[in-house]
Design a protein around this ligand. Structure first.
Ligand code: ADP
Ligand code: MG
Length: 319
């Protein structure tokens, strides 16, 4: 029997500060989303912040017929589709990472995500012919973003944008800036492994974020990252995958070159920086690129990263 397995958090936080924390969790963006605050006056803002996650779903949910992205995917091959400023800005950012990663991160990945049934109960292994038939539709170069009109156009019928590799990071940025605007000074946002820490653990002391070890029970970790006011975003093969009847595991990060789950030397890639949207896209890109090219990409942005290779090496990249 095939199983769809979705793990929740790639990263957990250790050694929380002395005040008793208040955590609220909900399922959103296809994962468990938690927000932890440390001041009881902040609790109403935490509850309100979950509304932002619903807004992001309405904007970019790949599977929801009511989302703005759904409309784009349905019509952008006919003529340019005018989109909201918010979606246009996110698409431009995602497009830039697609370019700078040489297509390792590719927002045109939609037809492959759909074919493999990534994130659905219908996940399956397509045959070679099916893969070849959609590969030609997976190339961000064929997406035309026109900033003067805020429009999106697909050069080929059948193309689809998927923002699953950047959406949770984007949502974490929105939540963090909302909470900051409400005066929240210390908080942890964890959207299924996309962690954002607001403020410091204690005056002068950073938070410690633990990076989950794919090989141990949930909760075990292979490295830690000390940071304040920062995102720590992880992409891993163990995060979301399904098991075929023969027991082979297929994970959810796909190569736009082969049309199959990417195979690099990495089993986990975490990117650290103040911009969670960017860190999310880069963590997916690094996972596909592997340790050497991934390190180059992260350095070109002046960010930090921690990689775990399949043979157990920990690679730390500092700006
Ligand atoms: P997670 O969603 O588990 O945090 P990622 O941020 O790495 O992990 O995003 C993986 C998701 O991104 C997939 O579920 C799919 O929607 C999408 N995706 C898969 N492969 C690619 C790719 N090569 N480029 C861009 N997006 C991808
Ligand atoms: Mg990502």
């Amino acid at each position: 029997m095939r199983k769809l397995l979705v793990a929740v958090a790639a990263t957990v936080l250790l050694f929380s500060c002395s005040q008793s924390p208040h955590t609220e969790s909900e399922i959103a963006l296809g994962t468990v989303c938690s927000i932890t605050s440390y001041d009881k006056y902040d609790e109403p803002y935490v509850s309100e912040a979950f509304g932002i996650l619903r807004d992001v779903e309405r904007l970019i949910d790949f599977h929801d017929e009511g989302s703005e992205l759904w409309y784009v995917n349905l019509h952008a091959h006919e003529s340019p589709v005018k989109v909201s400023d918010e979606l246009f800005a996110l698409l431009c950012k995602a497009y830039e990472v697609s370019e700078r990663s040489g297509g390792a991160f590719d927002i045109a990945i939609g037809p492959l995500v759909s074919l493999w049934g990534i994130g659905t109960d219908g996940a399956r292994v397509p045959d070679d012919e099916e893969i070849y038939s959609v590969l030609d539709l997976v190339d961000y170069h064929d997406i035309v973003l026109d900033p003067s009109e805020s429009t999106v156009f697909f050069r080929k019928k059948g193309m689809m944008i998927d923002l699953g590799g950047i959406g949770k990071g984007y949502a974490a940025d929105l939540v963090a800036s909302f909470l900051r605007s409400c005066g929240v000074e210390r908080c942890i946002v964890n959207l299924g492994g996309n962690v954002y820490v607001i403020g410091e653990k204690a005056p002068g002391k950073p938070w410690t974020v633990a990076l989950q070890d794919p090989d141990t029970e949930r909760g075990g970790y292979y490295a830690t990252v000390d940071c304040s006011d920062s995102a720590v975003v992880t992409s891993g093969a163990y995060e979301r995958y399904f098991e075929a009847e023969d027991g082979t595991r297929y994970h959810h990060i796909l190569s736009s070159e082969t049309g199959r789950p990417s195979e690099s030397d990495l089993v986990s890639a975490s990117v650290i920086g103040p911009d969670s949207t960017l860190a999310d896209a880069l963590s997916t890109a690094c996972f596909v690129l592997g340790s050497e090219k991934g390190a180059k990409l992260v350095r070109s942005y002046g960010l930090s990263a921690v990689f775990l290779t399949a043979d157990g090496r920990i690679v730390r990249i500092d700006p």
